[in-house]
Design a protein around this ligand. Sequence first.
Ligand SMILES: NC(=O)C1=CN([C@@H]2O[C@H](COP(=O)(O)OP(=O)(O)OC[C@H]3O[C@@H](n4cnc5c(N)ncnc54)[C@H](OP(=O)(O)O)[C@@H]3O)[C@@H](O)[C@H]2O)C=CC1
Ligand SMILES: CC(=O)C(=O)O
Ligand SMILES: [Mg+2]
Length: 582
Amino acid sequence: MKNCGDLVDNKSAIVGGVGDMYSEDSATLDQPITPWTISVASGYSLMRDPRYNKGLAFTEKERDAHYLRGLLPPIVLSQELQEKKMMNLIRQYEVPLHRYMAMIGLQETNERLFYKLLIDNVEELLPVVYTPTVGEACQKYGSIFRHSQGLYISLKEKGKILETLKNWPERTVQVIVVTDGERILGLGDLGCQGMGIPVGKLALYTALGGVRPSLCLPITIDVGTNNEKLLNDEFYIGLRQKRATGEEYDELLQEFMYAVKQNYGEKVLIQFEDFANHNAFELLARYSSSHLVFNDDIQGTAAVVLAGLLSALRLLGGTLADHKFLFLGAGEAGTGIADLIALEISEQNGKPIEENRKNIWLVDSKGLIVRSRKESLQDFKKPWAHEHEPITGLINAVKAIKPTILIGTSGVGKQFTKEVVEDMASFNKTPLIMALSNPTSQAECTAEEAYTWSEGRAIFASGSPFDPFEYEGKTFVPGQANNAYIFPGFGLGVIMAGSIRVHNGMLLAASKALASQVTEEHYEKGMIYPPLTNIRKISANIAAKVAAKAYELGLASHLPQPEDLVESAEKCMYSPVYRSYL
Ligand SMILES: NC(=O)C1=CN([C@@H]2O[C@H](COP(=O)(O)OP(=O)(O)OC[C@H]3O[C@@H](n4cnc5c(N)ncnc54)[C@H](OP(=O)(O)O)[C@@H]3O)[C@@H](O)[C@H]2O)C=CC1
Ligand SMILES: CC(=O)C(=O)O
Ligand SMILES: [Mg+2]
């Protein structure tokens, strides 16, 4: 059986793959490993290095061997006790942002303990380090900024991006999450303060997908912001200018993309995150033939929603082709999901994709997308301009289209009103309602609203988490339809296989892998996604299917293909348990 060290040869471990270069994870727990930095860290510098710091868990022998005597109080705590203490502390903070700051503080001082907390308490801590709290953190990022956690590439670095990348301390990077901060969740343009998103997404790559933290690089491209509030905020951390656009923007992005390839090689996965749609579609199209790129908002979201739909069919009955879909919001998430649904239906029924698009309708800020609007529509909306009279207002579109499935991707809260949900429930025995906009303040409706207004008949899932809700004696557990279910496992699969490109087939494979994890027990509670508590197992299964697809499509470069991909994925996953430094 192959282990992580065998999965990639030494050469590919340098340029890509999920190699355990310093044998940290292939060594058994009682085997010593060396705490490498550039030199062997010891004493005060060892304690100050978040990657190796163990705080009070340094053993007596380690304290002697590494010049730590006297630098710590005499007591030695286990990692479990440290975890318990930190969880007690975090639970005492009632303000979510204070919990976020406590978690970031831990990440900055003791990385393994941070990941141990996140992995062991995923359902409790995901809303802290990710949506919804990360949204508020980005809005206030300047005020709460203490230490830099990623790489900032601004217009000032134009012509020097390669040099700037070389300032990052890690030579081997396998996943970059990059934003330009223009569409942060449903909160709009947060400029340079969008950095909270790449930092949060990459924490999930490690906690949920097992990609080693040292291989993850968060990047924010700062081309200015059009957010007046931030421009006038004395604590704003970004360039104080309006956004650069056109050629100036394109040139900076091009320099960035080629510098990344030059510095880290072909097989670094570049995940675009929270770009505005006028750049997102174009960047994905422009670089998908030359780079390993993935847009989480378009592709990751599509895969997670398709998974939810495939799983929901067990409750709704029929096939995808038997359903009628209506989206509120026709941007990255909306059209990305719609495209993947149509593709999957075509794979199932063999009909042309144009034919299968006919049951999928989208509403944007100007109303239903119809043929008469086609000339004025952005390219990504054009395939959805079906023949119909113009309609404005969601409720009118619901009444006219009579969808079986309603999906909110508008970034605007409270759009699924009582009237909309009641109407959905009037012609559907089991209406499927997905309120995907983040953070919670932007959700199209709450779980309570969906269940109450549909008299307990709706299946509900949302982008940000809602607590279980009791309606007439039955407890409903809302699903979290968030791309966090997909991108960590998807990325792990891509880098495990050494895939050189992302292909739609790999997205479909990820969706099906996720849908297959839902059991009867989950359906009984109204869930269409498996619980997040099992996310590492789920991610390993997603990674295996994605990698298998990459091998099948001839896109994988890590040869030969391991016999058991699930086992390979699990073995490659980063463990946050402390290692011995003797
Ligand atoms: N759950 C998840 O995993 C994910 C959730 N999201 C969430 O989805 C939301 C949208 O993201 P994204 O698609 O990237 O954003 P975009 O800006 O690309 O798209 C937003 C769309 O919503 C439309 N819209 C805006 N206001 C209204 C309104 N009042 N009525 C009808 N339509 C409206 C816009 O119309 P127009 O085109 O006319 O401007 C546009 O088509 C965000 O809140 C984001 O957080 C995104 C990715 C993943
Ligand atoms: C979840 C996510 O990627 C978003 O809301 O943008
Ligand atoms: Mg996003």
